[in-house]
Every structure is written in C-alpha cells, then in structure tokens.
Design a protein around this ligand. Structure first.
Ligand SMILES: [Zn+2]
Length: 232
C-alpha cells in the first residue's frame, strides 16, 4: 500500500489493527549508464513490492540523500550532512507521532548508512518504538546470491542494472571495467574521482541476465518481508 494511494480515513483504519510502516530513502547521483535516480528507484520499488502482499503502507520516498563524494559528476544533489540527519529524524518522529511503532527504513544508497545513528537516537527517545534500517542489497541471503552470481558487484555496475533502472537507447560496454578498491576510492578527492572513474562505475561488468537480476530481486523482496514480520 502506498501512502500516496490512501486517504486519511483509510490510514486511520489501518492504524487500528497494525503499526508497521516503511520509509524508503535514496540518492540522486551519477550511476554511469543507469538513471541518476537509480538508488531511489530501487529503494522505492523494493519497498512497494515487499509491502504489497503484507498490506503495509509505504511512505513517499525521500529521493535525495548524502553523496558528497560524487559531486564532480553532473546530477549529484547532496544534502548537507547535518540537514539530512535532522530531516530523517524529523520524518521518523512524525511517522511515530501518527501512531506507527515499527518502522522499516529501506535504503538504496550506501552513503546514507550514517543515519543508523539517527534511528538509534529516535528509538532511545521512544522506548516503545522499533526502527530497522535495511540496505536492499545487504540482507544475508541477497548478498550471498549476489556474490554467487558475480563477486565484483559495485556502484553503478550490473548490481544496479535492473529493467527499471535502465534507460532507453543506452548501450552498455561489453567488457568489464577494472574493479576499484572501495576503501581507496573513499580517499580520492571528489574532483579527482571523476577522472579516475571515467564513466562512474566502480568496476565489474555492466550487465547480467534478467533471469539473474529477477532472482536477486525476488530474494531481496522476501528478505524485506521476513524483516517486516520479525521484530524480536
Ligand atoms: Zn546506487
């Protein structure tokens, strides 16, 4: 259930029998040949796909995130770090004020991981509330499958190349790109990173079969559903 397809009366009815919600978060930044909104597209769709059969409301995605490292590429909209932290905290506090006690944050962008500190603080302020943070690709079964298909799974590589993040009339390079060490990439100044990275992928091949990608998707959806059913 998407909040954008519900009215307030339907939400009030829902809150009489359940207190779970999902907040997807993304980023707007270069993804090589894929959409600039790849992280947001993936987080929003996987949240919606997981929530559908469980009938749990999905709040509108926060498209923008923190991506200071990729600012040298056109299209990066990086929120200031304290602003983003405060924004996430504000949204979570508002979701709680509405009566939700279990919130799953579904993330599409590794650079947003620091908000775990915010979710901890919000839970400390609300002892009756549970908030979980989940990177869509990072559930144990999903990551194991990704590694089995191809261990070189990086930013803007095949890992994020789904039918819903591809663009019309864009052809992917056939040869794999040299894989960069993500720790080393973090140490390169953003201005230099563009010349180092070229097209923006962090390395590996650009595409795998739709069959493989859909298997990853289904596994990731199931893991999110398991997370929505188990709150300890
Ligand atoms: Zn991404």
């Amino acid at each position: 259930m998407n909040i954008k397809e519900m009215n307030w009366m339907q939400l009030e009815e829902y809150l009489k029998q359940d207190d779970r919600a999902i907040l997807p978060i993304g980023s707007v930044e270069q993804h090589a040949y894929l959409s600039l909104c790849t992280d947001a597209i993936l987080a929003e769709k996987i949240a919606q796909d997981a929530a559908f059969s469980l009938q749990i409301p999905v709040f509108p995605i926060l498209y923008y995130g923190m991506t200071p490292h990729l600012k040298a590429f056109p299209g990066a909209i990086s929120l200031k770090i304290p602003l983003y932290m405060e924004l996430i905290q504000n949204i979570l506090e508002e979701i709680i004020r509405n009566g939700f006690h279990r919130v799953l944050v579904v993330n599409g962008h590794g650079g947003n991981n620091a908000i775990c500190e915010v979710t901890s603080e919000v839970m400390a302020n609300h002892p009756d509330v549970k908030i979980k943070f989940h990177n869509w690709w990072d559930g144990p079964k999903t990551w194991e499958l990704i590694q089995a298909i191809d261990p070189v799974a990086t930013h803007a590589s095949w890992l994020e190349n789904f039918p819903w993040t591809r663009l019309c009339n864009v052809i992917f390079p056939k040869h794999p790109k040299k894989a960069y060490n993500p720790d080393a990439i973090q140490l390169i100044n953003g201005k230099d990173l563009r010349s180092v990275l070229g097209d923006g992928s962090f390395g590996g091949v650009y595409e795998h079969s739709d069959e493989d990608m859909l298997e990853i998707w289904e596994t990731a959806v199931k893991e999110i559903q398991e997370s929505l059913e188990n709150w300890y």
